[in-house]
Design a protein around this ligand. Structure first.
Ligand code: GLA
Length: 355
């Protein structure tokens, strides 16, 4: 299959966007803090052409399914096509002067879904890129990221932050993307040549909508309210006044965020200083905080992290929104084949991905 087989003509536009792995900085984006993801090779590609019959026709290769619609009403029971409708809705809402057009669309994706590597952001960013190109609306990468976030927050109903959309829209493969989520300033940082990151799939499917993601969001907003700060991102560790927070659970959630921001800054410093052992240590601390204070890990994921370290990784952690999905490990290049041989005894090659 492909666009031409499905629609019997060539696409007018082709755009794509990559998935990401977050190296460090979890749930710090919507709390005005720092994150440091990097792009993966997995990507989502959109092909489209004008549809003259006044309908939207969308084929998803992943779901092997075609959807036809002519309004942007969200389905009652969440459906993959909601993301597409949401992108159209937000795009036309943002560009009110543009006359509505209909499209044939073909979606190809190599991104494993629901595993914490931002498949939905890559989907939204690639669709918005395609519409931006088709209508020549000349929105820059940051603007497209903001619109993609609106799709998730306002249309789908997930309270997610801006990390995934920003890196998917602006990031460069092979560079760390350090982002200050408050002012959206970013730096592209090179990786030292002897470092290697590797993903292991826990195969626990995570769905942001049905997971506890929104609960964690609300708990952090309670912490901000009780501490009387606009964002937890601005709270320094030594000024974190737990006495002001009424619930022990909220203290733990907020402590994760306050300490995680510090770790992201240290992690960037480690990259710049080529200090692989410090970066590894920070990943381990980040995972412990994510697992114990934020309670966003699972037994399977904790096992992968522990085993990866026992097999020689300098650091390992759960990446993304939490509650399953991928882990990321940091290994010295020279030791990689040794680490791989050992970890491969626990997890098959299909579950291990070199970044
Ligand atoms: C998901 C969200 C991001 C971010 C991470 C957790 O990937 O889309 O905005 O909050 O979870 O760090």
């Amino acid at each position: 299959m492909g666009f031409e087989d499905t629609y019997k003509h060539k696409p007018q536009i082709k755009e794509s966007a990559n998935a990401r792995v977050n190296l460090i900085g979890e749930h710090t984006d919507y709390t005005g803090g720092y994150v440091m993801p990097t792009l993966l090779k997995f990507k989502n590609t959109i092909e489209l052409s004008k549809n003259s019959e006044k309908q939207f026709v969308v084929f998803s290769e992943y779901f092997n399914e075609k959807k036809v619609f002519n309004d942007f009403v969200k389905s009652k029971y969440s459906d993959w096509s909601d993301y597409i409708k949401g992108c159209f809705f937000i795009f036309f809402d943002e560009n009110k002067k543009i006359k509505l057009e209909h499209f044939n669309m073909y979606i190809k994706s190599t991104i494993p879904l629901g595993r914490g590597i931002s498949s939905s952001s890559a989907l939204c960013v690639s669709i918005l890129k395609a519409l931006n190109t088709y209508f020549n609306t000349q929105m820059n990468g940051r603007h497209l990221a903001i619109l993609a976030k609106k799709v998730e927050n306002q249309y789908i109903g997930v309270s997610s932050g801006i990390m995934d959309q920003m890196v998917s829209s602006i990031g460069i493969y092979g560079k760390a993307f350090f982002l200050d989520c408050l002012n959206l300033k970013y730096e592209l940082v090179s990786f030292p040549s002897n470092w290697k990151f590797c993903l292991i799939d826990s195969e626990v499917q995570r769905n942001l909508r049905s997971s506890s993601y929104n609960d964690r969001f609300s708990e952090l907003k309670i912490a901000e309210k009780e501490l009387a700060v606009e964002y937890l991102g601005g709270v320094e560790i030594n000024k974190f006044d737990t006495d002001k927070i009424s619930s022990p659970t909220v203290i733990k959630r907020a402590r994760h965020v306050v300490t995680e921001n510090y770790r992201v800054l240290k992690a960037k410093e480690s990259l710049l200083n080529d200090d692989i052992s410090q970066f590894g240590k920070l990943m381990i601390e980040s995972h412990n905080s994510y697992s114990k204070d934020f309670e966003a890990s699972t037994k399977d994921v904790d096992d992968i992290v522990d085993r990866s370290i026992q097999c020689g990784a300098l650091g390992a952690r759960l990446t993304g929104g939490g509650f399953g999905g991928f882990t990321v490990s940091l290994i010295e290049k020279d030791k990689f084949s040794n680490w791989y041989k050992k970890i491969n005894k626990f997890y098959p090659a299909e579950k291990i991905f070199e970044v």
